[in-house]
Design a protein around this ligand. Structure first.
Ligand code: ITT
Length: 199
């Protein structure tokens, strides 16, 4: 794959439209990202492990084994210190039966009620399948959990997470700022640096 050519194409193994949107924003026109929809891939992406690293690779290989094309997947978790790193790898399904992002967010706020230690971080692990080899990249952003949801941008836990160095939540900040400083941006910029050296 030639990075200078418009033909540099990677498929993103995600069902999350928000992630797809953010990654398009991070990569701009540097790499052409194809969605699962673009490839007509309709199978479920399995996530059965207890580590972000393993889930990212599991999602990746479900796609790579089916299509045999260069692709990547990522798994992200909100890790809250006072909750011993939870919701972490369970971020998407934290509220169990009710699994909507809003239910997950309110469960976190409920569990954090009256807790003074509000440190948290978002962590993203990307798994990349490139020419039959797998590579991983991690991105972390530290911050704190608010008392109430604030803002309507972004997605998931963004309304309750204030990154270090800011007073606004990720859901209040301009999305260009999130796309520059976030866990996802850090991990994807590492992947981009690797691709520039590798290709
Ligand atoms: P895919 O597995 O299809 O990529 P998903 O939504 O299941 O999509 P994850 O398991 O990686 O993705 O994400 C867990 C949840 O964490 C996700 O559903 C969001 O609610 C939340 N999340 C992930 N990235 C986030 C971000 O940048 N800001 C806020 N919440 C985020």
């Amino acid at each position: 794959m030639n990075m200078n050519s418009k033909k540099a194409v990677l498929i993103f193994a995600t069902r999350n439209e928000h992630k797809l949107h953010e990654v398009h924003r991070i990569f701009q026109n540097i790499i052409q990202i194809k969605s699962l929809h673009d490839c007509g891939f309709n199978e479920v992406l399995p996530e059965t492990h207890e580590k972000l690293e393993e889930n990212a690779e599991e999602k990746l290989m479900a796609l790579a084994d089916a299509l045999h094309q260069n692709c990547f997947a990522e798994d992200t978790g909100l890790e809250i210190k006072a909750l011993n790193g939870k919701p972490g790898v369970y971020s998407a399904r934290y509220a169990e039966k009710n699994q909507s992002p809003l239910d997950n967010l309110y469960l976190v706020l409920e569990q954090m009620k009256d807790i003074k230690q509000r440190n948290a971080r978002f962590r993203t692990v990307i798994a990349l399948y490139l020419n039959e080899k797998v590579y991983k990249f991690e991105g972390i952003i530290n911050g704190r959990i608010t008392d109430k949801p604030r803002g309507n941008k972004g997605f998931g836990y963004d309304p309750v997470f204030v990154p270090d160095g800011y007073n606004e939540t990720f859901a209040e900040l301009d999305q260009d700022i999130k796309s520059t400083i976030s866990h996802r941006a850090i991990a994807f910029n590492k992947m981009l640096t690797f691709l520039r050296e590798e290709l």
